[in-house]
Design a protein around this ligand. Structure first.
Ligand code: NAD
Length: 380
């Protein structure tokens, strides 16, 4: 493989560590610099991983940085990604691309105008859980998919994230926070969404932060709905129920189930890369198809007692390769724009009490074969 592409991180908070930790696993990227509004935390990350700690403008001007990796909070995504694109850098953003459809449109248009590339997380859909499910769909094992369910339900964020305030402000909420994993996975399996409907509620009105950190003991009053029950109508004709909530103590739903004319398909948690895919029929019941032996399928997270496959950074490596090959990345800005349109559509549908048509469509991203995934790995 040719010269590695240089990556510069903006936003050195919670998620930055795993990107730095995983980067050496990939053949074609190297994280070289980092910056944060709080220079002291950029210094800490830089010290830990041998990076150059820079100011935000310095990072935009740094020659060794080809790709800006935007790991700031969601409300800063448009400002930071926009400034990086203006500076002529390629940008890979953590999800969501933007906290509004207008912001996502602005970024995709800006990238086109500047002639640079834009991509957006989640890269979990490139892992073997999503890709094996994709293969089964593409090879006709499931048949024509008529319907499905997708549920991301939990008791919230304030007991684990040290600064959970942003989750409960406009641009946060379970749809904009966790929706990208589920909607992106569904779009790669089923293609684009045509229309959405939804109803919303807020269960717990006052939430006490129990996670250790600067906000511990503070009370958060959510400014956004914390429960949304939606319906996604795909251009393919598939109808999928989508429930997202932070008001749920316990539940028994699978992350994603799809019902086809030949078989039913269980897709593992799209927040992680691996997991067990299941194919079910009336005749044979459920057949389990584990992915742990596949590329990027091995459990490596949490680090002390691994149960999930988490090679975050795979999307950045795929992005770098697409840039070199002059082709559209799997996680293209256009996919992120469509997913943002669906998420904003769900919120708008719940507020306005009507079905919303999704205007911003995208191509279904190309599948990532085992061979292509393996080529992204650094040689041991
Ligand atoms: N924490 C997770 O487990 C997790 C998982 C997947 C994705 N994400 C996504 O990653 C992103 C970051 O999440 P996090 O949990 O690391 O947040 P965080 O609050 O821990 O860290 C964000 C960092 O960005 C910095 N920042 C904010 N605005 C900035 C700006 N304008 N310029 C420069 N720096 C700025 C903050 O100072 C902070 O250090 C979010 O988009 C989130 O949705 C987080």
């Amino acid at each position: 493989m040719t010269r590695k592409m240089g990556v510069g991180i903006i936003g050195c908070g919670t998620i930055a560590d795993i990107y730095c930790r995983n980067a050496p696993r990939f053949a074609n990227i190297e994280i070289r610099a980092c910056a944060d509004l709080r220079p002291e935390i950029a210094q800490v990350l830089a010290g830990k991983y041998g990076l150059r700690a820079l100011s935000v403008p310095e990072l935009f001007g740094a020659d060794e940085v080809d790709i800006v990796l935007n790991l700031t909070i969601p409300n800063a995504h448009v400002e930071v990604s926009g400034a990086a694109l203006e500076a002529g850098k390629h940008v890979y953003s953590e999800k969501p691309l933007a906290t509004s459809l207008a912001g996502a449109r602005e970024l995709t248009a800006l990238a086109r105008r500047r002639g640079v590339h834009l991509a957006v997380a989640p890269d979990t859909i490139l892992g073997p859980g999503g890709q094996l499910a994709r293969k089964l769909v593409d090879e006709g094992e499931v048949g024509t998919i008529t319907a499905g369910t997708a549920f991301v339900l939990s008791r919230g964020m304030e007991h684990w994230h040290p600064s959970p305030g942003f989750y409960f402000q406009p641009g946060g909420g379970p749809v904009f926070d966790m929706g990208p994993y589920y909607v992106t996975q569904l779009v790669q399996l089923l293609g684009p969404v045509e229309r959405v409907a939804a109803l919303a509620a807020t269960g717990i009105a006052e939430r006490v932060v129990t996670a250790p950190g600067p906000m511990q003991g503070q009370t958060i009053r959510p400014e956004v709905a914390t429960t949304i029950m939606g319906l996604l109508d795909f251009a393919s004709g598939a109808k999928v129920m989508f429930g997202a909530s932070w008001d749920v103590e316990a539940h028994g739903h699978r992350p994603i189930e799809l019902y086809g004319t030949r078989a039913s398909l269980r897709v593992p948690d799209p927040n992680f890369m691996g997991g067990v895919v299941e194919l079910g029929t009336r005749a044979d019941g459920w057949r389990e198809l584990p992915t742990r032996e596949r590329v990027f399928g091995k459990a490596n997270y949490p680090f002390d007692a691994p149960i999930h496959a988490n090679d975050r950074g795979l999307g950045v490596a795929e992005f770098a390769r697409a840039i070199r090959e002059g082709r559209t990345p799997r996680l293209a800005g256009g996919l992120g724009l469509h997913v943002t349109a669906v998420m904003e559509g769900l919120l708008a549908a719940s507020e306005q009490g009507r079905v919303i048509t999704i205007e911003d469509r995208c191509e279904r991203p190309a599948a990532l074969s085992e061979e292509e995934a393996a080529e992204l790995l650094a040689r041991a």
